[in-house]
Design a protein around this ligand. Structure first.
Ligand code: 5GP
Ligand code: ZN
Length: 138
């Protein structure tokens, strides 16, 4: 048995406020919510990040995200929600078991998203080429 905290939550060895589960996914309240009703959606299998997840798993996760989003709007009177995933530690992933954050939003709730930058001249073209070339190798 691995010592992944989310695997333990999914196996119900650690308690959580579960809101939904099906054959492939498990959704529960984040213990430290950005806003009340902040949900984490995880695959039941221990998968580290998006690249390790197969297409079926990703589709199942997105299906659950859609259900939860609707429930946040209907049940929490959320006007909107953010879906976020911190993919690997440099991006802020602390728990190495893939999970998507669904954060309910209300107008003027004070949550500020990331600051944005501008491209230098010619930079966007070079960057888009690098990404397109890498995609062709997949
Ligand atoms: P990450 O930074 O990996 O994307 O997010 C991990 C999230 O898991 C954090 O928002 C944190 O509050 C939440 N979390 C960490 N430990 C527990 C726990 O034991 N139970 C629950 N419900 N959430 C947890
Ligand atoms: Zn795990």
């Amino acid at each position: 048995m691995n010592d992944c905290i989310f695997c333990k939550i999914i196996a119900k060895e650690i308690t959580s406020y579960k809101v939904y589960e099906d054959k492939y996914t498990f959704a529960f309240l984040d213990i430290s919510p950005v806003n009340p009703g902040h949900i984490l959606v995880t695959p039941k299998n221990h998968i580290k990040n998006i690249e390790e997840a197969d297409e079926k798993t990703l589709c199942q996760i997105m299906r659950t995200i859609k259900k939860i989003g609707k429930a946040l709007k209907d049940g929490m009177k959320a006007e909107s929600y953010n879906v976020m995933e911190n993919n690997d530690p440099i991006a802020g992933q602390i728990i190495p078991h893939l999970h998507f954050h669904i954060i309910p939003r209300k107008k003027d709730d004070g949550l500020i998203l990331w600051p944005q930058k501008e491209y230098n001249k010619g930079e966007a073209e070079k960057i888009s080429e690098k990404i397109k070339n890498a995609l062709h190798k997949n």
